[in-house]
Design a binder for this molecule. Sequence first.
Ligand SMILES: NC(=O)c1ccc[n+]([C@@H]2O[C@H](COP(=O)([O-])OP(=O)(O)OC[C@H]3O[C@@H](n4cnc5c(N)ncnc54)[C@H](OP(=O)(O)O)[C@@H]3O)[C@@H](O)[C@H]2O)c1
Length: 181
Amino acid sequence: MSGDPTIAVIVAVASNGVIGRDGDMPWRLSTDLKRFKALTLGHPVIMGRKTFDSVGKPLPGRLNIVVTRDHDWQAEGALAVGSLGAALELATAHLESFEPDPDAPDAEAPNTIFIAGGGQIYAQAMALADVLHVTHVDAEIDGDTVFPAIDPAVWEVTREEHVPAGEKDSHPTRYVVWERA
Ligand SMILES: NC(=O)c1ccc[n+]([C@@H]2O[C@H](COP(=O)([O-])OP(=O)(O)OC[C@H]3O[C@@H](n4cnc5c(N)ncnc54)[C@H](OP(=O)(O)O)[C@@H]3O)[C@@H](O)[C@H]2O)c1
């Protein structure tokens, strides 16, 4: 595939910015996990080593790229790199050598690299991202890891969907796509 890839941040964030607590997510959002899967399947997904540890295994059907300073770190099914820049290079090379299946679930967002957290990686990725897929949890939640504020001078809403809490969701949410204004 040719052309610059789209760099997409994907996150679920509380109204006070919280995204994590004690190495895990401070909510249960099954509906959102299904959207995460549908959006990211077939794409390279970049995450920090702590987020990889929290998930505990590679995300199936996606190229898992893990950012770590530990040169000895390895995990089956994941590629380790030493910086976010190196992760983006690797993901771009993967997309360039990849012939997409027109029937694949990623047909809606071809040529996209997803950045899936956590807090440290999001903070470094905001300046590089083209689009933010944000699931807003409209509640203040206790936590220890946050997402940077989304500056309305930089980002505008291009899509918004209210998602009622399903049986396996602890909160109703708003799924919002933000693009550079
Ligand atoms: N709500 C959401 O959508 C969402 C999504 C993802 C994660 N989370 C939550 O976020 C929390 C984890 O976030 P976190 O901020 O603690 O950790 P993180 O961003 O997942 O990972 C941090 C690790 O990434 C590596 N790293 C970071 N910057 C680097 C750089 N410039 N160069 C090389 N390596 C670098 C380091 O790994 P080493 O220590 O191995 O060197 C660092 O310890 C968890 O609670 C998780 O559940 C929430």
